[in-house]
Design a protein around this ligand. Structure first.
Ligand SMILES: [Zn+2]
Length: 450
């Protein structure tokens, strides 16, 4: 894929004035640490962000990314298993005291990611692509590598990320130019593409090596790391659309594969005979495997959505839902597909079904609220956005759309309150313009010169 080379390389440039002010604001909030010793290399590293900052950014952003990925797996046993595999590596990491946790998320596409405080997730798509527990530990180990070498904080310190998350939350959905991220942003979901998209090739090299060290030390055979690289290399060479976000955040290359194979045969050769636990992995993911065809249909449908082939996407979702009729992610993706085709009654119906199968997860409320706005059921839409806000606070889009629904109801006071609240968090884009214009019309904001 041609986009990978540009995505992998951080663009160096000096801070502009606005970013500098944001950085100063962070400094006064106590987030900046100055120079620090890198926990992995033991060398001095330009490190402006403190550990508190890493943990706070994680806590503010990761819940939104998990919801954008349709929430954590409803299969508690499988989540526990993923948690165990991750937790077993913690004592061997360079930062064993970080508040790590590991889980699967319902998204169908192929991805895994780590937030700087240690929240790590793998999608159903990637869990289905792995063939052993050792490969899973290599995947999680790689993500642990990013956290331990402090790659996000390092990119932030270099200025690569400052625009995206200086305000605390990343309102930037997906990677620029990435169709999956764009889809998320259309529906007002908060992704953390900007936060997660900045790993360089050097970062990848370091994370691969650390991941291998952690998994081998916790008792897995090196073949697990080779299996992971073989799988990634295959997806990469096949230009799999379902893995495009994975490769835009974690640049893949033949070199990564070759290095892993050569490390397995040299430095880590002693661990060759350690177990892979293939059967244990298959047992624990059996429930997932039963609906493998459905998840693959959802992957295809999502790719078609990204290409705006909505009717083809719809038949693919339909086929997937035949195998897995009460699949939260499938139902909600189908709701979005209906919405994109302006079939709002259908969008509402599918999002209501999604709510019923996973009441704790917030995203269905958002899609249902948006559909109700289109159907001019404004008061019911307000209820949905309130429910979303209760389940998952902190998404400024919810505030905007609730204000929009209040506007539809003719409730200017409440609408103005929400629009003001929104503008405190977001000052650019069409929504901000709409909110600003209304506040001026209603005399809440006096334009300069008046
Ligand atoms: Zn990576």
């Amino acid at each position: 894929m041609s986009t990978i080379t540009t995505h992998g390389l951080p663009i160096q440039r000096p801070y502009n004035r606005r970013e500098f002010i944001k950085l100063s604001a962070l400094a006064s909030a106590g987030f900046l640490a100055g120079c620090a010793i890198n926990p992995v290399t033991g060398k001095k590293q330009l490190m402006l962000m403190s550990e508190d900052w890493e943990i706070q950014v994680d806590r503010q952003n990761s819940p939104h990314q998990f919801s954008t990925d349709y929430g954590k797996l409803q299969d508690d046993a499988l989540n526990r298993y993923i948690q165990q595999v991750g937790a077993a590596m913690i004592p061997y990491t360079h930062r064993p005291k970080m508040p790590y946790f590991f889980q699967g998320v319902n998204a169908a596409y192929i991805n895994a990611y780590a937030f700087p405080g240690g929240s790590i997730a793998a999608t159903r798509g990637i869990l289905l692509s792995l063939e052993s527990e050792a490969a899973l530990s290599a995947l999680i180990g790689h993500e642990l590598g990013h956290v331990n070498a402090r790659h996000t904080a390092e990119q932030m310190s270099k200025g690569t990320l400052i625009q995206a998350i200086a305000g605390g939350i990343s309102i930037y959905a997906g990677t620029k130019g990435d169709s999956y991220g764009q889809l998320a942003s259309i529906f007002g979901m908060l992704g953390s593409g900007a936060l997660l998209a900045s790993y360089s090739r050097d970062n990848e090299r370091e994370a691969d090596r650390l991941g291998m060290t952690y998994m081998v030390n916790s008792g897995y055979g090196t073949e697990g790391a080779v299996q992971l690289m073989t799988m990634l290399n295959g997806l990469h060479k096949g230009s799999s659309g379902a893995a495009s976000l994975l490769f835009s955040t974690h640049p893949m290359s033949q070199e990564r594969y070759d290095t892993t194979v050569s490390l397995a045969n040299s430095e880590f050769n002693y661990a060759k005979g350690q177990p892979l636990y293939r059967e244990r992995y298959m047992d624990n993911t059996a429930g997932l495997r039963r609906i493998k065809t459905a998840i693959e249909k959802f992957q295809q449908a999502e790719e078609l959505m990204a290409k705006q082939s909505y009717d083809k996407a719809e038949s693919s979702f339909k086929e997937g839902l035949k195998t897995a009729p009460s699949d939260y992610a499938g139902l909600l993706m189908m709701a979005k597909c209906q919405y994109a085709q302006k079939k709002y009654d259908q969008a509402l119906s599918f999002s209501e079904q999604a709510k019923q199968v996973y009441p704790r997860e917030a995203q269905a409320n958002h899609i249902s609220g948006l559909s109700k706005i289109q159907l001019k059921k404004f008061d019911q839409a307000v209820e949905d956005f309130n429910n979303y806000q209760n389940k998952l606070p902190g998404n400024p889009n919810t505030i905007f759309y609730r204000g929009y629904a209040y506007e539809g109801m003719g409730n200017r006071q409440k609408s103005a309150d929400d629009y003001s609240l929104y503008l405190q968090q977001v000052t650019e884009g069409e929504q901000a313009q709409h909110a600003y214009q209304r506040l001026v019309e209603w005399g809440v904001i006096k334009q300069s010169g008046q």
